[in-house]
Design a protein around this ligand. Structure first.
Ligand code: AKG
Ligand code: FE2
Length: 294
């Protein structure tokens, strides 16, 4: 009669089997039968040919700017210049992204107090965000910018430009550190990228700070970044973009697997004098679904 193996024998077998499974059997199975095994990310949910998923409502034109084919002209467009700051996350500085005439057209708006959103409710909270904002009507100037933002990102599929907001900060206006992404891709969509455009920068202070990014080497960046700030001080660590009218900072919020970059933690520093007006251009990524949500 076969005897029952001792506990110590079972543990010894397990010690041999676990590494063999992890380093030999699992990689072989993944190689030969990729569809049989669960993957580590939610990427397997997404399929370019699938149906639109839940999440952002692509027909809600109070929230997104659909490509509706309405014709427009861009007489005030000028050329822009791009400077690469970081590859991962992708961060680019764009000189003259918005021309002087375009910026002036957008500035004259009716503003209301800005809100913060905690994933559930929207409220005014001046300790976190003190500014006024205005939803921009989709006139020719705004459509030109939507088009420019799409082209800049290679006309990527499944990318939807959120309706644009201008944001005006008067003295002591600020936006405390936050992410623009919400970690909501698996629930249907998230903000893939941000253009932070300076429409007006007749101010002191008001820089856009990224405490987790390192100052690039060389003095070349001092045109656009504060080079005199104390990076050992907790309040001013990292890098800070100076507000310069017409220029923009572009960054990607999400990695290829849809998770957010911690390096994109950022703030609008307090304006100490004058007025700054920013323009947010956010692009959402809403993948198509291969299979229903788990
Ligand atoms: O005003 C700034 O510099 C940053 C604004 C910002 O981060 C936002 O509106 O999400
Ligand atoms: Fe932001």
């Amino acid at each position: 009669m076969a005897s029952i193996p001792k506990i110590s024998t079972l543990i010894t077998w397990a010690l041999y089997f676990i590494p063999i499974y992890l380093f030999v059997i699992d990689p072989l199975l993944r190689g030969f039968f990729p569809s049989l095994l669960p993957t580590d990310t939610d990427e397997d949910l997404f399929d370019e040919s699938g149906a639109p998923g839940p999440g952002i409502n692509l027909t809600d034109d109070s929230f997104i700017s659909p490509e509706d084919g309405v014709p427009f002209t861009c007489p005030d467009a000028e050329g822009y210049r791009v400077h690469l700051l970081s590859r991962a996350p992708l961060i680019m500085y764009i000189e003259n992204f918005v021309s002087e005439n375009e910026a002036n057209r957008i500035l004259d708006m009716r503003y209301t107090p800005s809100i913060v959103y905690d994933g559930q409710t929207e409220r005014v909270d001046p300790s976190k965000r003190l500014s006024d904002r205005a939803l921009l009507p989709r006139d020719d100037t705004v459509r030109c910018l939507e088009d420019r933002a799409r082209a800049f990102q290679g006309w990527r599929p499944n990318l939807y430009i959120e309706r644009m907001w201008a944001q005006r900060y008067n003295t002591s206006g600020h936006y405390r550190h936050h992410y623009d992404w919400a970690g909501s891709l698996a629930r249907g969509g998230d903000r893939l990228s941000t253009f932070m455009v300076y429409l007006d920068a007749d101010c002191e202070g008001g820089g856009t700070n990224f405490p987790r990014l390192k100052m690039p080497a060389g003095k070349g960046w001092c045109r656009f970044l504060e080079c005199d700030q104390d990076t050992t001080d907790k309040e001013t660590e990292g890098i800070t973009f100076k507000p310069i009218k017409g220029n923009a900072v572009f960054w990607e919020n999400l990695r290829a697997d849809g998770t957010g970059y911690p390096e994109t933690w950022h703030a609008g520093f307090p304006v100490t004098k004058g007025t700054k007006v920013g323009l947010n251009i956010w692009s959402w990524y809403q993948p198509k679904w291969k299979k229903p949500l788990r």
